[in-house]
Structure formats: C-alpha cells, structure tokens
Write a protein that binds this ligand. Sequence first.
Ligand code: NAD
Length: 253
Amino acid sequence: MSKTGSVIVTGGASGIGLAVVEDLLKEGWRVVAADLAPGAIARAREAFTAYGDQVRFAEVDISEETAVADLVATTDDTFGPLWGVVNSAGIAKDVPALETSVEMFRKILDVNLVGTFLVAREAAKVMKAHGGGSIVNIASVSGMRGNMGRAAYGSSKGGVLTLTKILAVEFAAYGIRVNGVAPGPIETPLVKEVHTKEAREAWMRTVPLRRYAQPREVSGAIAFLLDETKSSFVTGETICVDGGFASGGLLPS
Ligand code: NAD
C-alpha cells in the first residue's frame, strides 16, 4: 500500500512518538497521534497545524481494550485504510526490585506490554482484511540487558521483544510485518523525569558513543520499518538505536 494509507502512532504527543509523527507527516503519511495526555496533545496539535487534515489527534488509553478497538476502527473507516502502527506509548520507573510494589509492576506491564499487544491485535484485524501492513513496537535496550532498577520496566520491554517475534510469525500469512526498535538513552520528557544524575553518568560510561540521542535519531529507523518500499523482507527484527550499548562490553576508559 502507498502512503495513501493511515498510520497510528501511540504516545504520539511526546518524545519519540512526537518525532515519528513529524517524520511521517513530512514523508506524506496520514497520521493519527494517539495519546493519554491532553496537554501534550494540545501542544502537538498546535505544532502540526500546518499539516491540516493530514494529521489527527486522539485521546486514548492504550491499556483500555474498547478504546483501542474504537481508535483502530475510526481511523480505518474515516481516515484511510490503516497501513501502519507505531507502538510508542509507554511509562517507566527506575526503582530497585526490593522497592517495586506489585501495583507498580502490574501498571507498567499493563501499559507497555498489554497495551502494545492490544493495539497490535486490533490493528492486525483490519490490516488482514486489507492484505498487509506494518507494525513497529518500541521496546528498549533495558528489555535486553539486566539494567539495575528496571525490574518492571525491563520485564515489560523484554515481553515486547518476544511479542514482536511471535506476532511477526503469526501475522506473516496476512502480509503484516511486525518489527521492533530498541532505543538506548534518548532525551525525552520521560528520560528527564526518570534518569537521575547518577543514572546519566552510568549511561555515559556504558554507551560507546558516549552521549544521549535526540528523538529524531530514532524516528528514521521506525519510518524505514513502516515503509514497504524499503523494508519489505524485514519482519520479526528489532533494531537497536542505542549508540552501541547492546553491543558493548568492556569500554575504553
Ligand atoms: P514520553 O513520555 O516522552 O512519551 C510517551 C508518551 O506515551 C507520553 O505522551 C504519554 O502521555 C503516552 N502514554 C503513556 N501511557 C499511555 C497510555 N496508557 N495510553 C496512551 N498514551 C500513553 O517518552 P519517550 O521517551 O518518548 O518514550 C516512548 C517509548 O520509547 C516508550 O515506550 C519508552 O519506553 C521507549 N523508550 C524510551 C527510551 C528513552 O530513553 N527515552 C529508551 C528506550 C525506550
């Protein structure tokens, strides 16, 4: 399908999702930025006024099954056949396992893993009817490594990595590709809230490129995975956009 199709970006009003929305609009996609935060949605709406009716905004909690089904159906029925989904909505806490409450653990799994599953499942139902599509899940290098303080968050992202492979296998028969992007440290509102001075120093010591990235440095990999003309044989894959973190080990001092 060409860029006449629509793309839903969850978490599209902030950080990585916001950068993805901007990139996709520039590339000519019709984009729905779906997010939970009304203030962030209002700011994004203001920022993208120049794109007119090429962009829509939806206030949705991705962990709510009915709301997700409505989002997908409305987009597909009224905005152009749904071609793509970017699952960027997520929450994080950096807390030692011994201080992690079961409520916090469940909440993080509910948004990051169950929410990603719900959006992918509902999207795949309509993509299947159209004969194809592309789903990109934003995981994290914290789902690949035993990063301290990430019992809940890292577990949720490890689940996203495995879910990505399973859905790629199951949806391949319908022409739907499912891939992931695993960012390292990216300067977003989420990171500004979660990363302490000590955490920043630890990342700087362990990322070979020795810096945090900007959100737009992640969105190119996501746009590539959405675009059938560029990545038609890529599925079940997760691309790390992490300054070399996941490949690293002992680093020069
Ligand atoms: P962010 O906080 O800037 O953006 C996340 C957006 O998701 C917010 O606008 C928030 O309102 C929205 N959101 C949260 N819960 C939601 C829900 N239940 N329903 C709908 N929207 C919801 O954060 P970000 O750094 O841009 O993170 C985007 C994704 O990238 C997340 O999945 C995050 O885990 C992942 N990630 C970020 C980093 C990083 O360093 N920033 C690293 C690895 C992975």
